[in-house]
Design a protein around this ligand. Structure first.
Ligand code: ADP
Ligand code: ZN
Ligand code: ZN
Length: 736
């Protein structure tokens, strides 16, 4: 620290630089320096008693000489780190989502770059034999057996220092050989994928007319566009992506592909890898920080032809970006729900416009937002209405379970139907979106329910582990033997989870092995891929799963899909519940009948006459979604109004509420602005904190932008906000 105080005393640091620092404050900070680093260069700065990595925003125009500025600690890059389009995208996002720029910029980077690491591949030290070392008699080293063995090993080829250590050669043997001039060190740079040329790995499929039309439309477009590729499940959307990409790759340009969850789509990924003999980078969660940085550099330097990743991959820099594909564009995982809350699909569209590249949004069940953008002519529409390869869409049926006895959630008609399929050698998939044994523990004598100590929620019973688990805060307890209220030992699980369903199915169908796929059964690394393969290959005639199995995976032998409980969503308070239910049913149904045998879908419900279900079953998702969209217009809900949601959380309910009242008081009065709340969140208490919400609804996007800007500018001065955790969610997707 003596160095920095010296510069403060003798300021040759006459220039002031503005820095975006990763802290939750919506402004930049000034630092002193000799000459301001260019805008976009990373710098290290003292902040409070910490040292942080921020971005230079260039020289400050007005200097504030009324107080002593601290100097920069270090300048980390020679030139701006991010290419201009990504820099602009992040600025745009900070503005649109009203999130502090420093945090947004930080979020866009791989961890090592956030920590100040150089933006370069890491070279590692390697060793090889010299001419002398190649000639010398190995026997002459017999007095030093370690050296003798190491020299012999290196004669077979150079080794990295870490591999030498791994083979348990001592550092002294290495040094001795080096001192004798028998070996020498060198700097080894890893494969950087610096160059590639387009090559096909396997031949493309012969397109059907609808696919051909889609690929041709994308290829023939005179200028970049956003497309909604709306194709029923199994219609061959992936083949359209592949052939549209081929045109782009052939010109030497790169392609970014966003997928919901990498582990859930191994089949699709393998198709990309098989089709193109070009470097493909996958950004998945098992990468080390170093591997992630190398992948980032490959994209930035142009070495990666294709980058496939989940939502945060939208910030990857490219040297020659040519196209962006967002697969399953309706999927909730594209929205970041914590911290910097952005929607990767929406940013993909913005990025496409900024970089002048086409964006393909694909789904069998598009979001109402995207359908509306087609109606407004903002996106071009490409449709695939038929399944590729001749398979038929599954027939959808409803079983009215009112007054029917259920065994682990299964009705007798369903059990009979399953038996028929199984006896014909077919595969059956049972969908239940609740993991664990039972969603609650009930005292049969007094009615007591085991409630989480920290949440407004019941514990889930996990029988195998003999545990109660809260799926909202993670709290765990041993399964009690007695009721906490009356002491009775008559404790029973209420309702059915996948663990119980698996057990009951094994009892009902002892001759047919059951495979369960949910977060509990796939906890070990790599086990998900194995279970998915086993399921695909029909090693298990009965599959049980949660929404994990609803995402894009194909089970060719499945001819019967059953959804046990869809009623919850029919009467939900969330205005998106119907849309999500339609997507879920359609996606799960789409797993059936991929091969030649036609499939059947069975929906169990207490409300077979419900308009939504009827509409979906008889008219299909496309028509269903368009009638939902008309309803949204009548009720003035998104995408016809623009929402923003303030949330607060505190140990004390009143403080959480007061903070929102203080925010509400700052909101300008305007006839086109509706403010709802403060109101408690659907789950008022979670993990011991009380949660409240304030909803702001504006007629136009521009108006919302102004309202939020005006309001946020005043919030730093509001004392009530200092006592709570608060956040702002622009275009909120989730109100739970
Ligand atoms: P989606 O992504 O629309 O659900 P896929 O792209 O996975 O559908 O295609 C479903 C199946 O149809 C895949 O097995 C794929 O190989 C096959 N398929 C796609 N296009 C064709 C085609 N033109 N001819 C024959 N089979 C095709
Ligand atoms: Zn009791
Ligand atoms: Zn809890």
């Amino acid at each position: 620290m003596s160095k920095s105080s010296a510069t403060e005393l003798f300021p040759n640091t006459s220039t002031v630089v503005k820095v975006a620092v990763p802290v939750p404050l919506a402004r930049s900070f000034d630092y002193a320096c000799e000459s301001a680093p260019a805008c976009g260069v990373r710098v290290k700065v003292p902040f409070g008693n910490r040292s942080l990595v921020g971005f230079s925003l260039g020289e400050a125009s007005e200097s504030k000489s009324d107080y002593q500025l601290k100097p920069l600690t270090a300048v980390l890059d020679e030139t701006p780190l991010l290419p201009q389009p990504v820099w602009e995208l992040l600025q745009w996002a900070a503005d649109y989502y009203h999130h502090p720029l420093g945090e947004v910029l930080n979020h866009g980077l791989p961890v090592l770059l956030r920590q100040g690491e150089a933006a370069s591949y890491k070279t590692t030290e390697g060793f090889r034999v010299t001419a002398a070392g190649a000639e010398i008699e190995l026997n002459s080293l017999r007095q030093a057996p370690q050296q003798q063995r190491l020299l012999a090993a290196l004669r077979n080829g150079p080794l990295l220092r870490r591999d030498i250590t791994a083979q348990e050669f001592s550092a002294s043997a290495l040094k001795a050989l080096q001192d004798k001039g028998l070996i020498e060190g060198f700097q080894h740079a890893p494969q950087t994928n610096a160059d590639w040329s387009f090559a096909i790995g396997s031949e493309p499929l012969q397109l059907n007319p609808e696919q051909a039309l889609a690929v041709a439309a994308i290829g023939a477009a005179s200028k970049p566009q956003t497309y909604l590729l709306e194709g029923v499940t199994g219609s061959g959307k992936t083949e359209v992506y592949l052939q549209a990409m081929a045109d782009v790759l052939r010109k030497g340009k790169q392609v970014l592909v966003l997928v919901p969850e990498i582990g859930l789509t191994p089949q699709t990924l393998r198709r990309f890898q098989k089709r193109f003999a070009v470097p493909i980078v996958m950004l998945h969660s098992a990468l080390t920080d170093r591997e992630r940085l190398d992948a980032w550099l490959d994209a930035k330097n142009g070495g990666a032809a294709i980058v496939i990743g989940t939502r945060s991959a939208i910030f990857t820099p490219f040297k020659r970006l040519g196209m962006i594909i967002v697969d399953e564009e309706h999927d909730g995982s594209l929205k970041q729900q914590e911290g910097f809350r952005y929607h990767a699909r929406d940013l993909a569209v913005v990025r496409g416009q900024k970089e002048q590249v086409s964006v393909i949004l694909g789904s069998a069940t598009p979001s109402l937002e995207s359908i509306n953008n087609v109606a407004q002519k903002r996106y071009a529409h490409l449709q695939l209405t038929q399944r590729a390869g001749g398979a038929k869409l599954a027939r959808q049926t409803v079983v009215d379970i009112k007054q029917l006895p259920l065994k682990a959630g299964l009705s007798q008609p369903l059990i009979e139907q399953m038996r028929k399929e199984l006896e014909r050698g077919q595969q059956v998939l049972v969908f239940l979106n609740r993991r664990g044994y039972a969603p609650a523990l009930l005292c049969h004598e007094c009615g007591w329910l085991a409630q989480c100590r920290r949440c407004d929620a019941y514990y889930t019973v996990h029988q195998r582990q003999q545990m109660l688990q809260c799926h909202h805060c993670g709290d765990q307890q041993r399964l009690p033997r007695q009721c906490f209220d009356c002491g009775s030992t008559q404790l029973v699980g209420r309702g059915t989870g996948t663990e119980q369903l698996e057990q009951s199915l094994a009892e009902l169908f002892p001759d047919y092995p059951v495979l369960r796929i949910d977060r509990d059964s796939t906890r070990r690394k790599g086990s998900l891929a194995k279970l998915l393969t086993d399921a695909t290959e029909n090693k298990y005639p009965i599959l049980v799963g949660t929404q994990m199995i609803a995402k894009g995976h194909h089970f060719p032998h499945v001819t019967l899909v059953a959804l046990l409980d869809v009623d919850g969503a029919l009467y939900s308070s969330d205005f998106r519940a119907a849309e999500r239910l339609g997507q879920l049913i359609t996606q799960v149904a789409g797993r059936a009948g991929r091969a030649s045998a036609p499939g059947t879908v069975v929906l169990q419900t207490h409300h077979p006459e419900h308009d939504l279900l009827q509409d979906l079953i008889h008219n299909g998702y496309a028509a269903f979604a368009r009638s939902l969209l008309r309803e949204r217009q009548l009720t003035q809900l998104p995408p016809f109004t623009q929402m923003a949601l303030f949330r607060t959380e505190a140990n004390d309910a009143e403080q959480a509420q007061l903070a929102l009242q203080a925010i509400a008081a700052q909101l300008p009065q305007h006839p086109d602005v509706i403010v709802l709340g403060p109101m408690p969140a659907v789950m008022e208490r979670r993990a011991g904190r009380y949660r409240f919400q304030l909803l702001v609804q504006c007629q136009q996007r521009g108006l919302r932008q102004q309202v939020l800007q005006h309001t946020l500018a005043k919030l730093e001065q509001i004392p009530e906000l200092r006592r709570v955790r608060w956040s702002l969610d622009v275009d909120p997707q989730d109100f739970s």
